[in-house]
Design a protein around this ligand. Structure first.
Ligand code: CA
Length: 415
């Protein structure tokens, strides 16, 4: 693959190399939302490419490429998306190709607006970083027994809210809700004072399973279409008051932001690494073969309104204690089915060192250690006007496969 030599000029540090070719939904002032593939600083307009004969011989109904979400394309089976990706790789390296000859097939990214890549069905959020779970356990529960007894036996998760998953560049309003002021015993209703991000990645289901039929760890990759960056917005003060004894609710369900390009799992194959050793040994249905973690470098930046960005966290997806195959096997082991378009998020991805923590809750240690930004201001949590940006990429042996970014600006609460 590394000998692929495209005729298009692609910067060496581009997330969207010829080894990537992620799928997304874009529009332009003249074109309705449709399926595109990112390459360098361009988007390949798939309906236009199809008309130009780029996919000749492949059995791809043109209508699926004209949809405003990837669900119909995913329904055809991942093999179709892999065929499209392979054909584009070939034609991007063939200066006599239909792709090269076609006018209007390459749309500059700066002229395009990105949309939600999929219509999300159900959304599940895991809690699979041992560093994050330990940090939160220390702050919210018992410093001496931060992890609950089940944590190393179960990929803990909860069912989230799909309606409030939004694409990059859609601002959010600071949520309001019930919180319990310090030292008081009755709650007040007000704007959250502890608005936080959670640095996560998520995978999108591309194949449906049947009710009552579990997916094994060995089968899991067939069901995983691809991955995105995922910012799971959280209001810590609302969460802290409401979440005992139930699960997360209004402290979590007001917004989650995703990156617009879905990177196929196959594009991440060269970046597989071994996960942490799981001790105690997990039950047989959670055991797996081979390497199932991925070396994906992640970072979070905060840009105050009109100011430059400061990087506040650098983490890596490889730290996950529970991998995606285990998460999906656990999710379905009781017979729960999954459908095309479902999103399963990793949970906050914290690394071992304090500068790799994936939330402000951890970075500022529950507000006790403010961070200083490059403009001299300090942050314990996210302020109005801040833009939070998450980025991620894998790089190895001259190949780079990245996710671009997910950017979200925080606006003041509604009056
Ligand atoms: Ca989360």
């Amino acid at each position: 693959m590394s000998e692929l030599n495209p005729w298009l000029n692609i910067a060496a540090d581009s997330d969207f190399s010829i080894h990537n070719l992620p799928f997304g939904i874009f529009s332009t002032p003249n074109q309705r939302p449709r399926v595109g593939v990112a390459i360098g600083e361009f988007i390949i307009d798939l309906p236009v490419a199809s008309q130009a004969g780029v996919f000749a011989g492949l059995n791809i109904p043109p209508i699926v490429l004209e949809q405003p979400q990837l669900n119909n394309l995913m329904q055809l089976g991942k093999v179709i998306s892999l065929q499209i990706r392979h054909r584009l790789q070939q034609q991007l390296c063939d200066s006599e190709s239909a792709l090269k000859a076609s006018k209007g097939v390459l749309v500059p990214m700066i002229d395009a607006k990105m949309h939600m890549p999929v219509q999300v069905g159900d959304y599940t959020d895991f809690y699979s970083s041992i560093e994050h779970a330990t940090n939160v356990g220390k702050m919210f529960r018992d410093p001496a027994n931060a992890l609950l007894p089940n944590w190393k036996h179960i990929p803990v998760g909860y069912h989230g809210r799909a309606s409030s998953i939004i694409p990059t560049d859609v601002p959010i309003r600071r949520p309001k809700g019930q919180t319990l002021p310090k030292g008081q015993d009755t709650p007040v209703f007000r704007s959250s004072k502890r608005l936080d991000f959670e640095l996560e990645m998520a995978f999108i289901i591309g194949k449906e399973s049947k009710l009552g039929e579990p997916i094994s760890t060995a089968e899991a990759n067939d069901y995983i279409y691809g991955m995105v960056l995922f910012n799971d917005w959280s209001a810590r003060d609302i969460q802290k008051w409401e979440y005992v004894p139930l699960g997360p609710f209004l402290g979590k369900n007001f917004a989650s932001s995703i990156s617009p390009w879905v990177v196929l799992l196959e594009a991440l194959e060269p970046f597989k690494v071994a996960g942490p050793i799981q001790d105690p040994q997990v039950l047989p249905y959670l055991q797996y073969e081979g390497k199932n973690n991925y070396d994906i470098e992640l970072e979070v930046g905060i840009a105050p309104d009109g100011q430059e960005e400061t990087i506040v966290s650098q983490s890596n997806f490889k730290y996950m204690y529970w991998n995606m195959q285990q998460q999906l096997a656990h999710h379905t082991v009781n017979g729960c089915n999954v459908r095309v378009g479902d999103i399963l998020a990793s949970g906050t991805i914290s690394g071992p060192s304090p500068d790799s923590y994936g939330s402000m809750l951890e970075l500022s240690w529950s507000g006790s250690k403010p961070l200083t930004l490059s403009d001299g201001s300090t942050r314990t949590f996210i302020e109005d006007g801040d833009q939070v940006c998450m980025r991620g990429f894998s790089q190895k042996g001259g190949k780079r496969v990245g996710f671009g970014s997910v950017n979200t600006k925080v606006l003041a609460s509604h009056a």
